[in-house]
Design a protein around this ligand. Structure first.
Ligand code: AR6
Length: 171
């Protein structure tokens, strides 16, 4: 079965029909701002406690926890590259998507939702982040037969359109 890849405008902390949501984490897996702040706020303090046992993580790495008060089964935490600091940044960003998908597959999950990793506080240009994200997901999905749905959740309409246009250009 070919997984459905979709791009939606929305809040990553409100994706109740998805097994695992992906956190745009910091190295210490602390709450922080942006996606990490939204997910930790919605999940509650137990997420922070669970994260402490797994930190620190390296750029490109993905680790998994329970989702606590979020409406999902799991949170997969990825540390994206900081634009202009961590190199090679495109490979490290691709590693996040690949490692997250493979982790979800190993856990027997059928659906996963990603934000635009590194494209906020970490400064990665959005168009380039979209290209890396979508090409990596397309390349990795054949090795993840259990994954039925991959959702990109973008905070604003312009970003969602950019991701959708990038996805359409790959087909
Ligand atoms: N739902 C979906 N997308 C969101 C949400 C949300 N609730 N909130 C922000 N975005 P960022 P990064 C978008 O900064 O660049 C944190 O402080 C946002 O507009 O969350 O990987 C961590 O603690 C942007 O397009 O992640 C780290 O220190 C994208 O999600 C650091 O920021 C990613 O923005 C990680 O930086």
């Amino acid at each position: 079965m070919t997984a459905k890849v979709e791009c939606l405008q929305g809040d990553i902390a409100n994706q109740p029909d998805i097994d695992a949501v992906v956190n745009a984490a910091n190295a210490l897996l602390r709450p922080g701002g942006g996606v990490a702040g939204a997910l930790h706020r919605a999940a509650g303090p137990e997420l922070d406690r669970a994260c402490r046992t797994l930190a620190p993580i390296q750029p490109g790495e993905a680790v998994i926890t329970e989702a606590f008060n979020l409406p999902n089964r799991h949170v997969i935490h990825c540390l994206g590259p900081v634009h202009g600091r961590d190199t090679p940044e495109a490979k490290l960003l691709a590693d996040c998507y690949r490692n997250a998908l493979e982790l979800a597959e190993r856990q027997g999950l059928a659906s996963i939702a990603f934000p635009a990793l590194s494209a906020g506080a970490f400064g990665y240009p959005l168009a380039e982040a979209a290209r890396v994200a979508l090409t990596t997901v397309q390349e990795t999905l054949p090795r993840c037969p259990g994954i039925e749905r991959v959702r990109f959740v973008l905070f604003d309409a312009g970003s969602a359109k950019l991701f959708q246009d990038t996805l359409d250009s790959l087909d």
